[in-house]
Design a protein around this ligand. Sequence first.
Ligand SMILES: [Zn+2]
Length: 359
Amino acid sequence: MREFIVKIKPLTPIWTGDENRECKTLRETGMLGSLRWWYEALVRGLGGSACDSTSDNRCPDKDGNHCDVCELFGCMGWARKFRLEIESINLAVIPKNLKIKIGTRKKRVIRKREKYLIREVEGLMADGDIILKFMPLREISQNEWALLNKILQIIADYSALGAKTSQGSGVIKIAENNLPYKDENPKKSELKGKGNKINSPNLANFFFYKFHIKFKKGISNLIDKEVFWTHQSDHYGFIDNWENWKKLWSDYHFLPIAFHIRDAIRQVEDDKNKRHEIFGELGKGSKIFVSHCYKVDDTTVEVRVWGYDVEKSIKHKIKKELENKLKEKLFSKEEYKESLESCTLTEEKTGKEILGVVR
Ligand SMILES: [Zn+2]
């Protein structure tokens, strides 16, 4: 069987398990779910049809009358046009051996009792490459390859792959891509627009930001001094594991502060209901996505913030206020605030700009 490969390298842990299940290995179904989600958003942005494959709005399983996404990814009466296999070596499972926990800022009511919850940094890092093998089972059109290449590019350049991408996981780098038609732009005219469709998420309504967070001292030094916030002072029984913070930074070059950045961004919207709509509950159903921070140099990390269907005023506030809000949320003590040198927007793109490139 012919196979085409994409070699990727995780910059922050990849999560392909279900929301509540453990992720000990990279699962093809989780990876396909994420690829499909981005493919749907791109197809909608180009004016094609994309059903919601996870609800009753999925395409009907007869007559070949399915949407442009089911055409490649399959549905009940129509098989996926390719098989995906994942090959990886030396996967390091987080949190199993590198547990890092961040408490919630507020207590939540669980079975009528108020208590703080634990948020865990989870997923898999790899010492070597992770290889995604695409094996065509039927003919994949030139345009479908072009669409696949386009979403891989959006994922690698501006967003993330897999699940839990609203809580830091899934930033990747593409080390090699030998899928065909890499230089082709997807064509709107090739999309048939049949089957069921829902309108969101649509790439045309996305924004993508990258910030550089610069500290005055080396990041390993700050971890040694335990400057980062991990839990409230009355969160009894909470145990820090700074050795693991150190190991993640020295071995895998990332700083697990997506929850801090998320907490900082939450502060830009005062209205509680609106906040709920944009951020979801504990990351579920969120329209804003935040990555963990990966290394630029010894004192600087990069973070990705992206999302869709978010009001202009909120996007504006994220850009303007993130530095100040981050000072409030990143550190365990007032005196550590000055360790932050700056938080600067280094790149911004709209989904429309990304679509504009594709004519
Ligand atoms: Zn469909």
